[in-house]
Design a protein around this ligand. Structure first.
Ligand SMILES: *Cc1c(COP(=O)(O)O)cnc(C)c1O
Length: 391
């Protein structure tokens, strides 16, 4: 089938809940994707950060192929070595927590919110989340997502959610009552436009949660697995959360989510309280193990930091030439370019010229390249952006 035929088939049989770009992608390798018409596209937003170590990383592909030949799925009625192994690798790189596995970011956050309720006193059922957050699209997670436009058509939402401005300590203090079970924020808001939590804010969340016997949940679905230059976003701060949630880059391209909780908190998730049929199956765990190993063997945390700094420096240079750029916000390879006006036309202009980036919140260009991105690839991306901004 050619591009037109593939799109026509979609139009007829696939629900149109996404605004798709009219390209058909047939292959991906590293920082490049290829469309059905033979175009090569430099991908600076691979899989919305799912392909965190690039498309089809050979080590991940090899692990998947080997595992697929042995055991594809095994339900959680039994033990499998791979699930314990990836849990150990994650635990050793975070705060010694214990893991629950699921299949997506939203499910990881659902698990975290349910666990917070189980772990805290009976009267506690409320959650505090921040404006500009993104936590998923299921009913509880879209309720947690404090962006009114995402709530349209779904009122009334789940009870008990209280929204506060991000990085505002006073507002957080005022929102606390005896009924708050948990505070959930992203260390760096991704969808919200690369908004970095301040050190004081993170400390205040920790202190207020301790004082009020509430659970501190960090949604690390986007910040986790090394993109910021550390394994997890919270490691840029001097606080430890009670729970982190992961997904996106965890499986190197396969669907896997995880919730990690401090052992004393994790203990409240007893049999019968929560489950996932596909959660932590051998295939996705083998892929995730390969991701962790590849990040360490190839020094990708360091690369995320140095390439992130390099990309920001190059983009800052564009600021001198193009007045539409206001400023850049970033941590490692999570980069947001704040524009003074809408960015959608820039994104399509870049795609026409072989570069894929993203625009969020209308005026923030988002770059989240693979952690093994090369200097030449950043040079090329910035050159294409420069041309588009000039045009
Ligand atoms: C993408 C994302 C989610 C939702 O993940 P899904 O896998 O789409 O359910 C949740 N939180 C954050 C911070 C995200 O970036």
């Amino acid at each position: 089938m050619n591009t037109q035929e593939i799109i026509a088939q979609f139009d007829k049989y696939v629900i149109a809940n996404y605004g798709r770009l009219s390209r058909v992608i047939i292959r991906g390798q590293g920082s490049y994707i290829y469309d059905a018409d033979g175009n090569e596209i430099l991908d600076m937003f691979p899989g919305w950060a799912v392909s965190g170590i690039g498309h089809c990383h050979p080590k991940v592909v090899a692990a998947i192929v080997a595992q697929a030949k042995t055991l594809l799925h095994m339900d959680n009625t039994f033990y499998i070595e791979q699930q314990g192994q990836i849990a150990k690798l994650l635990s050793e790189r975070a705060f010694g927590g214990k893991c629950f596995f699921c299949n997506s970011g939203a499910e990881a956050n659902e698990a975290a919110m349910k666990l917070a309720r189980l772990h805290t006193a009976k009267e506690k059922y409320k959650y505090i989340t921040a404006f500009g957050s993104f936590h998923g699209r299921t009913f509880a997670t879209v309720t947690a997502t404090a962006q009114p436009k995402k709530h349209t058509g779904f009122l009334p939402l789940l009870a008990g959610f209280n929204y506060v401005p991000f990085n505002d300590i006073d507002a957080l203090e005022k929102a606390f009552t005896d009924e708050v079970a948990a505070v959930m924020v992203e260390p760096i808001q991704g969808e919200g436009g690369i908004n970095v939590a301040s050190a004081e804010y993170m400390r205040a969340i920790r202190e207020l949660c301790d004082k009020n016997q509430a659970v501190m949940i960090l949604d690390e679905v986007q910040t986790g697995m090394g993109r910021t230059g550390k394994w997890f976003g919270y490691q840029h701060y001097d606080v430890e959360p009670d729970i982190i949630t992961l997904a996106k880059a965890l499986g190197g391209g396969v669907a896997v989510g995880a919730m990690m909780a401090k052992p004393e908190v994790a203990a409240s998730l007893v049999p019968g309280t929560h489950a996932s049929t596909f959660g932590g199956n051998p295939l996705v765990c083998a892929a995730a193990i390969a991701v962790v190993e590849a990040i360490e063997e190839e020094g990708l945390l360091e690369n995320a930091e140095t390439m992130g700094a390099y990309a920001v420096e190059k983009i800052e240079q564009l600021k001198q030439k193009h007045s539409i750029i206001d400023h850049v916000r970033s941590k490692g390879l999570m980069i947001g370019v704040q524009l003074k006006s809408a960015g959608a036309a820039i994104v399509s202009g870049c795609l026409e010229n072989g570069l894929r980036i993203n625009c969020t919140q209308e005026t923030v260009l988002r770059f989240m390249p693979a952690m093994n991105v090369k200097k030449e690839e950043i040079d090329k991306a910035v050159e294409i952006l420069d041309g588009v901004l000039a045009g």
